[in-house]
Design a protein around this ligand. Structure first.
Ligand code: ATP
Ligand code: MG
Length: 435
């Protein structure tokens, strides 16, 4: 038997319905925050990620799915969403339009990692980016949309940590101090961090191995090497977050795994989903756009892991669709034809109607209706076909009501047409129209 590849998952049944709801909430939220979706290809030239994400990162060092096409080009399955958006921003000259550019995406990402709870090889990210402006207001805007999505989805015990990594210059000075500090205790570092000492010193602060984290506890703080500009920038961000009513904690150990971050970095961490607690991580990239051949512009964004979000959210806080509104069974030939026609017409009006397609007995049909969890059921026989009046039974209370065929939509949704209809027509349509 062929099984799904290690680290990948099929999503179906209730899980996919919950995921769909979450995605819808994310999309509607992005609408009201003024972010537009961008869809980029699933694979890119490898060089994009090597340059965009950074040579010294875990992603580029060991996590990329890279292969050669028939034309011998080296391509990589997208491990993250920022570099492709920046490439598109440059390639299509979007930077020459009025700024900022506000983008969001919900994508599959691929990383060769050790699969465990909240860590897969194909996983999904909701991400946002604000490109083209460099200001703490954009940083707060990005943080606020993540905060709002987490709040709306009932993610409990989540904390927002913020830090400031300074500019390329002030950070270079700090890295010297930090490297000198870790070099003194080099013998105690884990093997990975020994190599990080030369390639990605900052990342040692983030290492979960005990000797490293112990050593990191007393490391000099990056906040102490911030220049006046940085201090003012960070101060403004904190003030804006406070005025938005968003609680945060300054944490100078938040460094993020990617090379390109400057100034603001942040993480939303939940302590209710185990070791992989970072639900969302992001930060500002002042150099990446120029690094990838674009103008000297800056951006900020985050990636939110959908799998971790699904683990951390309150599963009851979204209504699951897929519930059958009405089951319409039948007895006899005329009833069967009438039932199929009625079900079709109701479906075109946005009602989830079902019938029996296996020509079962009435008793078996109603059993099936029960199994579907239908809200209402009705049976069409010769009489109903002739009178065009149905006896509609409430499956929960057993109460029966006579309803004319063309009053069914109104009976099921007295407050107006279902959501689907409103999306098509933009308004509540006339429910008196023939069903
Ligand atoms: P981690 O430290 O957990 O490996 P990261 O720093 O590599 O995370 P980012 O590259 O910032 O993560 O990605 C943003 C978010 O995407 C993470 O906070 C997490 O929620 C999610 N994520 C990252 N890698 C995976 C994965 N392999 N499986 C599931 N979700 C992931
Ligand atoms: Mg990682």
């Amino acid at each position: 038997m062929i099984k799904a590849v290690r680290g990948t998952k099929d999503i179906f049944g209730e899980d996919v319905r919950r995921l769909q709801r979450v995605e819808e909430i994310i999309r509607l939220t992005c609408d009201s925050f003024g972010f537009n979706e961008m869809r980029t290809p699933i694979f890119e030239e490898t060089a994009l990620f090597v340059r965009g994400v950074g040579e010294g990162t875990d992603i580029v060092q060991k996590e990329m799915y890279t292969f050669r096409t028939k034309g011998e080009t080296s391509v990589t399955l997208r491990p993250e969403g920022t570099a492709p958006v920046v490439r598109a921003f440059i390639e299509h000259g979007i930077y020459s339009q009025p700024q900022p550019t506000k983008i969001y995406y919900i994508i599959s990402c691929f990383r060769y990692e050790k699969p465990q709870a909240g860590r897969q090889r194909q996983f999904h990210q909701f991400g946002t980016e604000i490109l083209g402006v460099s200001s703490p207001m954009a940083d707060a805007e990005i943080i606020s949309i993540a905060h709002h999505v987490l709040e709306k989805l009932g993610v409990k015990s989540v904390k927002l940590y913020i830090n400031n990594l300074g500019t390329k210059e002030s950070r270079a000075a700090y890295l010297k101090v930090l490297a000198a500090y870790f070099r003194e205790g080099e013998g105690e570092l884990c093997e990975t961090c020994k190599t990080r000492l030369n390639s990605n010193t900052l990342r040692i602060l983030d290492c979960k191995a005990e000797p490293c984290s112990k050593l990191a506890d007393n490391a000099p703080s990056i906040l102490d090497s911030m220049d006046d500009d940085g201090r003012e920038y960070f101060g403004k961000l904190k003030n804006i977050l406070t005025s938005m009513g968003i609680a945060f904690e300054v944490n100078d150990r938040i460094v993020r795994g990617l090379d390109y971050y400057t100034r603001t970095v942040f993480e939303f961490v939940s302590d209710s989903i185990g070791a992989q607690g970072t639900v969302c991580g992001g930060g500002r990239y002042d150099n990446m756009i120029a690094e990838l051949g674009g103008p000297d512009m800056s951006g900020i964004g985050f990636g939110m892991g959908m799998e971790r979000l699904m683990l951390a959210m309150d599963p009851n806080c979204v209504a699951l669709s897929g519930r059958t509104d009405i089951f319409i069974g039948y007895i006899g030939g005329a009833g069967m034809y009438e039932a199929q026609g009625l079900v079709y017409r109701l479906r075109t009006r946005g009602i989830h109607a079902e019938s029996d397609s296996a020509e079962r007995s009435v008793k078996a049909q109603l059993k099936y209706a029960n199994k579907l969890g239908a809200r209402y059921s009705a049976i069409i026989g010769d009489d109903e076909a002739a009178s065009r009046v149905l006896k509609i039974k409430n499956m929960e209370t057993g109460e029966a009501t006579d309803v004319e065929f063309d009053g069914i939509v109104n009976f099921l949704y007295p407050q107006g047409a279902p959501f689907f209809e409103r999306m098509l027509h933009g308004a509540v349509s006339d429910t008196k129209e023939e069903a």
